[in-house]
Design a protein around this ligand. Structure first.
Ligand code: 5GP
Ligand code: MN
Length: 346
């Protein structure tokens, strides 16, 4: 494995040559793929295709419907729906991209085939503490999104000027969703410069915002209303807020994936709250989303108690314990962190 100061060295250029010669290129993202994972995969898929290079996007499971406008979504292979084909593609790959995740454990049921694939594995990711399971690693914690890094990789190839609107739209969506619409501290002048370049290519940024954020189902809004009215627990003494939803509650509002996207941020928006958790029951596990403002590291919290990870202010994890057990574990942990959470975020 070779680690480098991101895209500076020659490896990025050598990678481009390798892609021209490869027979089977597979682009993968993490389980419960988000705007950044799907956007990064499809941006690269579109860009390579437009340059005469075919590839396949293989994702562990379903992505939210508000991403369906992206060019290429119909060609994505979901492991959860077409296991045989997904495994065959991974097995036959000679180059495999690991996009928007940094540990093989993040792809769920795809982990075994991923780890056993003989492909030359290339990671492009912005999460903390990457795990060394690839041949070439582009890991940059200072990036607000993987999509920002994919742009920089394409720029390193000298191909940013011929990015298409299709590809640019996917990149913009990845940057936009992972940066909380350009509001998180991870956003830098570079992020805005890249966004500007994408706008100059001709993307309709306003439309992309609308597709992603103004695309709520009626049941979804009612679910959010229910969660905030009935399920939000605020612990002012620990500067924390917790929301949990059971499978039954989700089902009663006709839940579909993506419905609760952003709910954890609403819990975090409560005045004085520095730490928020959203816990929900999914098919086979309990999924947790953690957010913080300021110095409290939700990455460490998630890693220490749930084997999860992510970023300093946005992390997640999963558990096979019951919903009640997970929620009560989190609430019981709060007094322990009360001191660490007792600050006024700038
Ligand atoms: P979200 O709460 O939006 O699902 O995830 C927040 C951040 O934490 C994302 O950057 C995501 O990649 C990371 N994350 C979410 N779930 C997990 C998990 O189970 N394990 C690890 N290592 N990271 C996660
Ligand atoms: Mn990301």
């Amino acid at each position: 494995m070779e680690t480098m100061d991101v895209f500076e060295s020659n490896s990025a250029i050598e990678l481009r040559k390798r892609l021209s010669e490869a027979q089977n290129i597979v682009l993968t993202g993490h389980r419960s793929p988000d705007g950044d994972a799907v956007g990064s995969c499809l941006a690269l898929w579109n860009h390579l295709k437009e340059n005469g290079i075919e590839s396949k996007v293989v994702l562990p499971d379903e992505f939210p419907g508000f991403l369906n406008w992206m060019n290429g979504v119909d060609s994505i292979v979901l492991h959860s729906q077409n296991e045989e084909l997904a495994e065959q593609l991974i097995e036959e790959a000679d180059v495999l991209f690991v996009l928007d995740y940094n540990s093989a454990s993040r792809v769920g049921a795809m982990q075994y085939s991923l780890e056993n694939s003989k492909a030359f594995k290339v990671m492009v990711d912005h999460h903390q503490q990457p795990v060394d399971f690839v041949d070439l690693m582009f890991s940059d914690e200072s990036s607000c999104s993987t999509a920002e890094m994919v742009y920089r990789l394409i720029e390193r190839w000298g191909e940013e000027a011929n990015l298409s609107v299709r590809s640019a739209g996917c990149l913009y969506c990845g940057i936009m969703t992972d940066s909380g619409s350009f509001r998180f501290p991870s956003v830098t002048p570079r992020t805005h410069k890249i966004a500007a370049a994408l706008c100059e290519i001709g993307i309709d940024h306003s439309k992309i915002h609308r597709y992603v954020y103004d695309n709520n189902r009626e049941g979804q809004l009612k679910l959010i209303g229910y969660a905030l009215t009935e399920k939000l627990q605020v612990f002012p003494e620990h500067k924390s807020a917790v929301i949990s939803l059971s499978a039954e509650e989700l089902k009663s509002f006709g839940y579909v994936k993506g419905d609760t996207e952003g709910l954890v941020n609403q819990a975090l928006s409560v005045e004085g709250v520095n730490f928020a958790a959203f816990i929900h029951e999914s098919d086979d596990r309990i999924k947790m989303s953690f957010r913080s403002v300021g110095e409290f590291s939700v990455r460490d919290f998630s890693a220490n108690h749930f084997g999860g990870g992510g970023h300093h202010n946005a992390a997640g994890g999963s558990s096979t314990d019951s919903l009640e057990e997970v929620v009560s574990k989190i609430i019981k942990l709060l007094p322990e962190y009360s001191g660490k959470l007792n600050y006024i975020a700038d």
